[in-house]
Design a protein around this ligand. Structure first.
Ligand SMILES: *[C@@H]1O[C@H](CO)[C@@H](O)[C@H](O)[C@H]1NC(C)=O
Ligand SMILES: *[C@@H]1O[C@H](CO)[C@@H](O)[C@H](O)[C@H]1NC(C)=O
Ligand SMILES: *[C@@H]1O[C@H](CO)[C@@H](O)[C@H](O)[C@H]1NC(C)=O
Ligand SMILES: *[C@@H]1O[C@H](CO)[C@@H](O)[C@H](O)[C@H]1NC(C)=O
Length: 331
């Protein structure tokens, strides 16, 4: 996450309301021990069948529970929907059977999900990302990211105007190193603004699918991570973002004082060998507050159609890990 570390000190995940699946359902208080079922599909099994993982969503318990939040966390069909009325809402995927964080290792794999960010305005950031947190930590605790000492791979940080995928490598996997707080990334608003956005080819006013592929040097899980490629699909249409490759990052990050001293691709590659935790978050304060992501109010999209300060809700659904499949970019 591209956000000052100090912001997380403000975490105030006081109490939560849980909305039932029908809009008329009664709101319930959700405290730190309550979780939502959030299974996902693992289709990289050797018998070729998809396995439904028995995972759940658990809120971060690191906040200050004396603060009252109006966050709505709602179970949807195969997914989760939430907002942030406060500074930030954050939660994690954990394995319900063993009560530990679900650990993902995505080298030579692809990771996909459906997202609906139609109502998430400029200046807000609805995120689905990975960080190399400790599996030993109790679910709901132990947050860390690339702003401090943990390797982080942002799959999706976005709103209706823009989304980014960003690598934040560290030069160690044991929290003793330095990480790149800026990261090397791609952004739909910067790189493919005519292809992804409100009323664009991939219309961010509707649900679409984000697929991210993790290529290795030998096309096996034990190879070095060498490229990360992301696609956005909607109906029969698929577009690609520029590939996050070693060459791309070395060029793109020439002015980034952190990239070349904090591990680069080998750093993030080592962290995927250990495994990363899946994190959901939503934060921001509208206006220009997420200008690194959406260009701020100077961006016509933000200024006109999407420039309101109201915060929306994000839905992430149909999460799936699979072997790398051939994806054809199409009109
Ligand atoms: C929690 O918030 C209350 C009220 O703002 C404050 O007095 C208290 O010190 C906070 N506690 C922690 C642990 O941050
Ligand atoms: C990580 O980078 C920092 C800052 O550049 C350096 O001081 C430290 O020695 C490096 N650690 C490793 C394990 O390379
Ligand atoms: C890292 O990149 C900077 C330019 O951003 C350059 O001055 C420096 O020499 C590089 N360091 C290494 C270790 O390659
Ligand atoms: C918003 O757009 C209008 C017209 O396109 C422009 O005049 C105005 O300066 C913009 N506002 C900001 C804050 O960029």
């Amino acid at each position: 996450m591209f956000i000052a570390t100090t912001s997380f000190a403000l975490l105030g995940l006081a109490s939560f309301t849980l909305v039932g699946s029908s809009p008329a359902a009664q709101y319930q208080k959700l405290d730190s021990r309550q979780v939502l079922d959030l299974p996902y599909q693992r289709c990289d099994t050797h018998n070729g069948k998809c396995e439904k993982r028995s995972t759940g969503f658990i809120l971060d318990v690191g906040g200050n529970y004396t603060r009252i939040s109006d966050a709505k966390i709602e179970k949807t069909f195969n997914g989760i929907k939430f907002n942030t009325p406060g500074p930030v809402v954050r939660g994690y995927l954990f394995d319900k059977d063993v009560n530990e964080y679900e650990i993902f290792r995505l080298k030579n794999r692809q990771f996909s999900f459906d997202v609906n960010i139609a109502s998430v305005r400029c200046g807000y950031n609805a995120a689905l990302f990975f960080s190399q947190m400790d599996v030993e930590d109790k679910p709901g605790t132990g947050y860390c990211d690339g702003q401090n000492v943990c390797n982080e791979m942002d799959i999706f940080e976005g709103n209706a105007a823009a989304s980014a995928a960003v690598l934040h490598p560290c030069n160690a996997t044991d929290k003793t190193g330095k990480c790149d707080p800026w990261g090397c990334g791609v952004n739909t608003n910067t790189h493919i603004p005519t292809l992804v956005g409100p009323k664009r080819h991939i219309d961010t006013q509707k649900t679409y699918t984000v697929t991210t592929q993790f290529f290795t040097s030998n096309n096996k899980v034990n190879g070095e991570l060498v490229a990360v490629k992301q696609f956005a699909s909607q109906g029969k249409k698929t577009v690609a973002l520029p590939t996050l490759s070693i060459d791309y990052c070395n060029q793109q990050e020439a002015g980034n004082p952190y990239w070349n001293v904090t591990g680069e691709f080998p750093g993030i590659s080592r962290s995927w060998d250990i495994g990363q935790v899946l994190i959901f978050a939503f934060w921001g304060s509208g206006g220009d507050s997420m200008s690194w992501l959406d260009g701020g109010l100077a961006n016509p999209r933000c200024n006109q159609t999407l420039g309101k300060s109201a915060t929306g809700e994000v839905t992430f659904a149909n999460i799936k890990v699979d072997f790398i499949r051939k994806i054809t970019v199409s009109a």
